[in-house]
Design a protein. Sequence first.
Length: 119
Amino acid sequence: MFQACDQVLRADSGAFTSPGYPGNYSNEITCNYTIEVASNHVIQLTFGTFILEGPRSCPYDFVQILDDTTLLGTFCGRDGPGALTSPSNRVTVVFETDLSGVYQGFSANYVAYVPFSGT
Ligand SMILES: [Ca+2]
């Protein structure tokens, strides 16, 4: 079943969840959450709930976080990203699931801010 789940977020702060949250996500989906804010800003991402299919090597369902095109990390199971800050103003969160085994998924929010650059 096709399920539109891509999102583009351009506000200075916002929130997003896996499809169906707080219910379970679906099988065989790929969602791209793109956060793009003003060029002098960085993005702090915080994950609250994080319950995906495991195991730790993430062969089935996973979240990948990319800063522009650099992979910041791959996450699955209950080992969520927690809080992390991107070094740039553009972050993509990719959520992929395989053909079986669904869980609650994740909730996340972000805040964009101008980094402190004291000398
Ligand atoms: Ca799965």
